[in-house]
Design a protein around this ligand. Structure first.
Ligand SMILES: *[C@@H]1O[C@H](CO)[C@@H](O)[C@H](O)[C@H]1NC(C)=O
Length: 485
């Protein structure tokens, strides 16, 4: 019985095992005791003073690029005609000449394939255990039977030998009676129970095998989403809105007339629309613990068609630092960060100024003019901290860091002091954060130090709303040209 339980536990343990990617191979086993898990890092060694970073780079000169929208009616439904176009849905590249933002992965597919390997292995192990068990209970049975035969034989012989042996035989018979009882009553009972358990395990294995086969079949064909791309296109989503593209969905944009167009999700409803979605988290389906190059190019799934004939549901993605930088450099740009907790409450943070420098300057962030309900983490840091502890959580003026490219303010040059490694995603880390929109996705909100990979608050955190140990349910960042109403 114990053995069976053990087998079951092992199986559950193995199945539950996360196939976690480990960042590279170099030493990330830094001394845990100096890690302060509250979003900032201790000042005790190699102090860094916070430098406020570049002053807001955007002169807000009387209203920016746009001064309200044209009063003429939008071009209308004629423009909204849709052209059937095979969309990658995040798995494959589509036709080259469309020059899409290569979405890097059908994450689900990858995860399932990863999991499948584990499950398959466990199933094999289980199978073997079951076989072993069956065999050993059979052999116990056999052994008992042999013994019974032997005792009967001995009884016969001892009768022939007369009284001399009778004492010995008596004791042997007592033993035999005991053993026989065990064999006849206790063992069969146990074996019956064992068989029941085995049967259950067998059923489980069959179900698992079925599931594995099903998943394998599903993953055999690369997942493709057929997504009609609207004919209406533009420099960015505000431009598209003015041209009549007023539904929130995926569009092709071409910010640079000489550059290749790429796909984005346009939010055309929030605050009169015109937003390019540059970051989106909503279900943890995409891994955000990625390299510099991924963050530079962008990754994830732009949008899905959930049966309405067009891609009106955004996926989880990062638009890419090059794209973001270029969009913000076209003119004054505003940023809207929206988030929701696991009970459905929503808050937002809005910045009338938002610029991201190019790769040569490691995508330095500059924001200004906050309004909103979430708290100004970007400029003020975590309000629960004080003095330098707070300033070291300010994001404004920071360079972008990923686990393979450390540009944060936490003891630069020390490879064991890297915010991005500890906090789960690429971000404008300081030392380290007061918000962590690209952090790990934790289902349900509250999480603990023990659940975190490095004991730090690596969740999708917005400290000034929910603190360090609450990971939000959804979070998104969208930008549009800034214009005064
Ligand atoms: C900063 O944090 C450290 C450790 O968490 C604490 O000892 C120190 O008092 C804090 N400083 C201020 C100004 O709050």
């Amino acid at each position: 019985m114990k053995l069976i339980l053990l087998v079951c536990l092992c199986a559950v343990g193995a199945l539950g095992q996360e196939d976690y990617d480990d960042y590279g191979t170099d030493g990330n086993k830094e001394a845990k005791e100096v890690v302060d898990p509250r979003g900032h890092r201790p000042v005790s060694r190699g102090r860094e003073t916070y430098s406020p970073g570049p002053a807001p780079l955007l002169p807000i000169s009387g209203g920016g690029r746009y001064r309200g929208r044209p009063t003429a009616a939008p071009v209308g439904k004629a423009v909204q005609e849709k052209e059937e176009h095979p969309d990658s849905g995040g798995c494959n590249h589509m036709s080259e000449k469309m020059g899409l933002l290569c979405p890097t992965g059908c994450e689900l597919k990858k995860t399932i394939l990863k999991q499948e390997r584990n499950v398959k292995q466990t199933v094999e192990q289980l199978k073997k255990s079951v076989e072993d068990l069956t065999q050993s209970s059979n052999s116990i049975h056999g052994y008992i039977q042999d013994m019974t035969v032997e005792i009967t034989e001995r009884q016969r012989v001892s009768e022939g030998n007369g009284l001399l042996a009778s004492q010995y035989t008596d004791s042997l018979e007592t033993q035999h009676a005991y053993i026989k009882e065990t064999v006849d009553i206790t063992f069969p009972q146990n074996i019956k129970i064992l068989q029941g358990v085995l049967e259950k395990i067998r059923e489980k294995i069959q179900r698992l095998e079925k599931a594995v086969t099903l998943q394998r079949a599903k993953c055999q064909t690369p997942c493709k989403v057929t997504c009609p791309i609207p004919v209406v296109s533009g420099k960015e989503c505000e431009d598209i809105y003015r041209k009549g593209g007023q539904d929130s969905q995926m569009y092709m944009i071409r910010p640079d007339p000489l550059g290749t167009p790429y796909k984005v999700f346009c939010d055309q409803t929030t605050q009169n629309g015109g937003w390019v979605l540059i970051q989106n988290r909503m279900d943890g389906s995409v891994d955000f613990g990625r390299r510099w190059d991924d963050y530079r190019r962008g990754f994830g799934n732009i949008a899905f068609d959930v049966g309405k004939g067009h891609c009106q549901t955004p996926g989880e993605y990062w638009l890419g630092n090059d794209h973001i930088s270029q969009l913000t450099k076209m003119g004054p740009t505003e940023l809207l960060v929206e988030m929701e907790d696991w009970s459905g409450s929503k808050v937002h943070a809005q910045y009338e100024q938002f610029t991201v420098q190019g790769e040569a300057s490691n995508y330095v962030l500059a924001v200004g003019r906050y309004t909103g309900t979430a708290g100004n983490t970007f400029m003020e840091g975590a309000t629960e901290l004080f003095g330098e502890n707070r300033t070291m959580t300010i994001h404004n003026g920071m360079m972008f860091s990923t686990y393979d490219r450390d540009n944060d303010k936490w003891i630069p040059g020390d490879p064991s002091k890297q915010c991005s490694r500890e906090d789960g995603g690429g971000w404008w880390y300081n030392r380290c954060h007061s918000c962590n929109p690209n952090g790990r996705y934790y289902w349900g909100g509250a999480y603990t130090k023990h659940m975190a990979k490095h004991g730090t608050d690596d969740g999708m955190v917005w400290m000034n709303w929910k603190g360090s140990w609450y990971s939000l349910k959804t979070m998104s960042m969208k930008i549009r040209p800034y214009f005064k109403d």
